[in-house]
Design a protein around this ligand. Structure first.
Ligand code: SF4
Ligand code: SF4
Length: 368
C-alpha cells in the first residue's frame, strides 16, 4: 500500500493551523500575504486553506504567478496574426494559451489561413518534433513561461540551431519573477504584508533572489511547496518573521529548493537568452523582467523572423479587471463580470482561462 503523504495529513494540518492562529493573535495590524505562484492560488482554494486562514485573520491574495495571465494581449494578438494571416504555418502552444480571449478572438476560435493550423503541445520538445515532421511549414512555438519552463524552451531553440531546423522559431513570452515583486511593492496599492514565494521557480533561482524584499522593503517572505502542510509551513515562517520583527527569506520547501537553486538551469538560460524590459498585463513595463533569445539565435526568434512589433499598447477586453487581480488590488469577485459575463465556459479574461488563474480558482472553489 502506498504511504500517505505527510504533507496532506489532516492532523498535521490542523496543528499547523492552530499554531498559525496563535501567532497571528500576537501580530497587530493587517496580515495580507500574496501567493506569487498560480499553483499556490489553486491549492489554497482547493484545500480550503483560503477560508480557514481568512477566519484566523490571515488574508491570502493572488499575485502575478501565471505566465498565461500576465502575457499581455499584444503578444496573444501577434500569435493570432501569424496563424490567421500566413499560409502554411503551424502555431504550437500550450492548451491554456489557445483559449485566452483578445479583441480579435482567441487562438482556439481563430480562422487559420490556408494550410495553417493551431496545435496544442504539452512540451517545447513536441513543438520541435512538429517542425521536423512538417519541413514544408513554418512552425512557431508560442513559448510562454517563468524560470521553471524557460530552460526547456531555450534548449529547443538551441537544438533547432544546432540541427539546422530552418522552419522552427519561438515566439518568446518569458518572464522572470523577482522584478514584478519589486514593481508591486513600489506601487504600494496592493498593501502586501509578505510574500509566499513560488516553489518551482525558486528551485531554479534560489532563495537569495528575494533578499531585496526583506532588505529594501523590510517585508517577510517564505518559499513554499504545494501540499497543504507545505503552504502552512510557509505561512508560519512568514508569521514568525512578523512576530519577531526580523524579515528574511524563509525556505519551507528545502526538500526541493537548495540554497543556490539550480545553477545548471540558470547557466542554460544565460547562454541562450538575454534580459529585456518587458510589459506585464496589469503591471506595465518593468525593467529587466523578461528574457529574449540572444542575437546568435535570431534565426530561431519568431519576433525577428516575422518582423513582429511587440511591446506596444495592449488593450484588454472592455470591463476586464485581470490586471487588478494580478496586482492583488481586487479579488476576483470584485470584477463586475465575475461569474456572469465571465465564466470558465465563456472566459472574458485570461485569469478565468488558465488552470493557475485566480478567477478560475475562485470560481471553482471559492464561491459560497
Ligand atoms: S511555473 Fe511552477 S512556480 Fe511558476 S507559477 Fe507555475 S506552478 Fe508556480
Ligand atoms: S472575472 Fe474575468 S474579466 Fe474579470 S478579472 Fe477575472 S478573468 Fe478578468
Amino acid at each position: 500500500m502506498p504511504k500517505a503523504d505527510p504533507y496532506q495529513d489532516r492532523t498535521t494540518i490542523e496543528a499547523l493551523l492552530r499554531r498559525a492562529t496563535s501567532i497571528r493573535e500576537t501580530i497587530p495590524g493587517p496580515c495580507r500575504l500574496m501567493e506569487v505562484c498560480g499553483t499556490h492560488t489553486m491549492a489554497v482554494h482547493r484545500s480550503g486553506l483560503k477560508s480557514r486562514l481568512g477566519e484566523a485573520g490571515i488574508e491570502l491574495v493572488a499575485g502575478p504567478g501565471c505566465p498565461v495571465c500576465i502575457t499581455p494581449n499584444d503578444v496573444h494578438e501577434a500569435a493570432l496574426s501569424l496563424v490567421s494571416e500566413r499560409e502554411d504555418l503551424i502555431l504550437a502552444a500550450f492548451g491554456d494559451m489557445t483559449r485566452v480571449p483578445t479583441r480579435r478572438g482567441s487562438l482556439q476560435s481563430a480562422a487559420p489561413a490556408q494550410g495553417s493550423s493551431v496545435r496544442v503541445v504539452y512540451s517545447p520538445r513536441e513543438s520541435l518534433d512538429l517542425a521536423r515532421r512538417h519541413p514544408d511549414k513554418e512552425v512557431v512555438f508560442f513559448g510562454a513561461g517563468f524560470e521553471t519552463t524557460i530552460p526547456a524552451i531555450a534548449l529547443t531553440a538551441r537544438r533547432a540551431a544546432r540541427e539546422k531546423i530552418a522552419n522552427y522559431t519561438v515566439l518568446t513570452a518569458l518572464w522572470i519573477i523577482p522584478p514584478p515583486l519589486r514593481a508591486i511593492l513600489q506601487a504600494k496599492d496592493a498593501r502586501i504584508s509578505g510574500f509566499l514565494y513560488p516553489g518551482h521557480v525558486s528551485a531554479v533561482i534560489g532563495p537569495r533572489a528575494y533578499d531585496f524584499v526583506a532588505e529594501e522593503f523590510g517585508l517577510p517572505g517564505a518559499i513554499a511547496g504545494f501540499e497543504p502542510a507545505d503552504i502552512l509551513l510557509g505561512v508560519l515562517s512568514i508569521l514568525e518573521q512578523m512576530a519577531e520583527g526580523k524579515p528574511r527569506v524563509g525556505n519551507a520547501y528545502a526538500r526541493v529548493v537548495g540554497p543556490d537553486g539550480n545553477p545548471l538551469a540558470r547557466a542554460v538560460m544565460a547562454e541562450i537568452l538575454t534580459e529585456k524590459d518587458a510589459v506585464w498585463r496589469g503591471l506595465g513595463l518593468i525593467p529587466k523582467s523578461g528574457l529574449r533569445l540572444r542575437s546568435e539565435y535570431a534565426a530561431q526568434d519568431a519576433e525577428h523572423r516575422f518582423g513582429l512589433a511587440l511591446g506596444g499598447p495592449a488593450a484588454d477586453l472592455p470591463g476586464c479587471r485581470c490586471g487588478d487581480v494580478l496586482k492583488g488590488i481586487i479579488e476576483p469577485p470584485g470584477c463586475p463580470l465575475f461569474g456572469r459575463a465571465c465564466r470558465p465556459d465563456l472566459p472574458h479574461g485570461p485569469c478565468m482561462v488558465s488552470f493557475e488563474g485566480a478567477c478560475l480558482a475562485f470560481y471553482k472553489y471559492g464561491r459560497k
